[in-house]
Design a protein around this ligand. Structure first.
Ligand code: SF4
Length: 85
């Protein structure tokens, strides 16, 4: 799978700027309930993001190992890839 060019979709990403901290775990310890709350907030942004499809395609194509991309966590993307083969 060829990843869509980031130049075309990243400027329209809703996670740019103030929300970016929701999409990746903090450098300090994060409890399970904190992680779930953070991921829920990030996914809510992804649901209304105009470039969700391109973002997810990119993350799947490059096997992005970290963070929430296109509304899926790294674990959910791994499961998606396993189901697709
Ligand atoms: S789908 Fe989510 S992670 Fe991807 S660009 Fe949009 S807000 Fe960011």
């Amino acid at each position: 799978m060829l990843a869509p060019s980031r130049d075309t979709w990243q400027p329209r990403a809703l996670c740019r700027g103030n929300h970016s901290h929701l999409f990746f775990p903090p450098s300090t310890f994060e409890r399970k309930d904190e992680r779930e709350r953070r991921e829920m907030r990030a996914k809510a942004i992804c649901r209304v993001c105009p470039v969700r499809e391109e973002c997810l395609e990119t993350a799947l194509a490059i096997r992005e190992p970290y963070g929430i991309w296109g509304g899926l966590t790294e674990q959910e993307r791994r499961e998606y890839i396993l189901r697709s083969v």
